[in-house]
Design a binder for this molecule. Structure first.
Ligand code: FES
Length: 123
């Protein structure tokens, strides 16, 4: 599961990634985390926290959004899928890669599709 930027990378068979599950892949030398949300949508993010590099694959999926109080003021919100870092709790919007506390701080995202029974990363 390695690639150069021009490649397509096979992550797994479609039925090997159920809603609510995550799977680690690679894009060249970059670790990538592929997530299938409960609504069936697929998302792919660098599997490395912006803070101190924790593997986000060891984190927890949930829901929430930032409240008016800013950093640390998180509110339940079923419309926002969140991945929480396992080390110090940075929270990322799975759909955008942005941290909840600052939308300008963002993980790299990748194109990921489900085609012919395979989940693929694409350039
Ligand atoms: S390494 Fe992720 S919050 Fe610190």
């Amino acid at each position: 599961m390695t690639a150069t930027a021009a490649d397509v990378v096979r992550v797994c068979a479609s039925d090997e990634l159920a809603p609510g599950e995550m799977r680690v892949a690679s894009w060249g030398r970059l670790p990538v985390l592929v997530v299938r949300l409960e609504d069936g949508s697929l998302h792919a993010l660098v599997n490395r926290c912006l803070h101190q590099g924790a593997p986000l694959s060891a984190g927890q999926l949930g829901h929430g959004s930032t409240g008016a109080g800013g950093v640390g003021d998180y509110r339940p919100d079923e419309s926002v899928a969140v991945l929480r870092c396992p080390w110090h709790g940075y929270e990322y919007d799975v759909r955008t890669g942005c941290t909840l506390f600052d939308p300008n701080r963002r993980l790299r995202t990748f194109t990921v599709i489900d085609r012919d029974g395979l989940i693929l990363l694409m350039s």
